[in-house]
Design a protein around this ligand. Sequence first.
Ligand code: SF4
Length: 314
Amino acid sequence: MQATATRRLYYSLKDYLKEKYGRRVQKITVALPFTCPNIDGTKARGGCTYCFSGTRPAHLEPYIPLRQQIEEGIRRAKNRYGERLYFFIYYQSYSNTYGEYEYLKSVYDTALEFEEVVGIDVGTRPDCVPEWVLDLLESYSKRGLEVWVEYGLQSANFKTLRFINRAHGVSDFVDAVLRTKKRNLKVCAHIILGLPYEDQEDMLETGKLIASLPVDGIKIHPLHIIKNTKMAEQYLRGEFAVLSLQEYAKRAVDILEILPPQMVIHRLTGEVEPDRLIAPDYCTYAKKQEVIKAIEEELVRRGSYQGCKQPFNR
Ligand code: SF4
């Protein structure tokens, strides 16, 4: 679908970055040897029941020096898209604010060494951002970088959070968003549609919570079951089902309709390597465009678009 047509249906990250920077902005995803308080016993052990390797893509290697990962990412992107690019560094797997001050500073400082890097994206948990972390992150926006903090909420239903062993509450998410937005930082929320035992209303309520908070962007993922996770055991025992592609497209559109039109849509699907995936079969890199197309077709079929049901409660 053309970028202009996509813009009418929802406000994609690609559109936002192009409007702001006037050229293509490519994300360089990096992996570092972080862990997570939900794994190391600080909050809980075992992690979220769907988590495998802190959701790190298989091709990323956390022990390759960060500078080298960035250089390789830039080289690959330029080979593919040409020289005229800007970059964001995306600190993606595990909890990228969970560390000592000096370590965190050193990894974020590395982004400043590259002239064409205009921003950083820091993925973390909502219970992992004490004030000193937010101070540190804000110091990069004062030095000219655009700084996004990505918080996993996944669901606004506390019983679901408990079932999937998130080891934080909805209130942690609200608190993190409100404290982050007191600063010059942008917030991106992650949600999962199709979590065990959730119905349409549960998912919509999660969307409504995001829509009612000062959240700047969102990643919407379908639940996908990865091998060697606790959720895989439950799924293979037949305890719950996953959404079909058509069901997922409908639930994603339900959410898009109630989000503010200016909220940036960072993601509309989720994918892993086929040999790590149990279900659903559309959560692979090869099928990513098929999922996006199904969502766009559902928007067109309904004659709707992002924000058409805003404000959702009046
Ligand atoms: S918070 Fe993230 S890294 Fe930690 S266990 Fe959950 S999914 Fe894995």
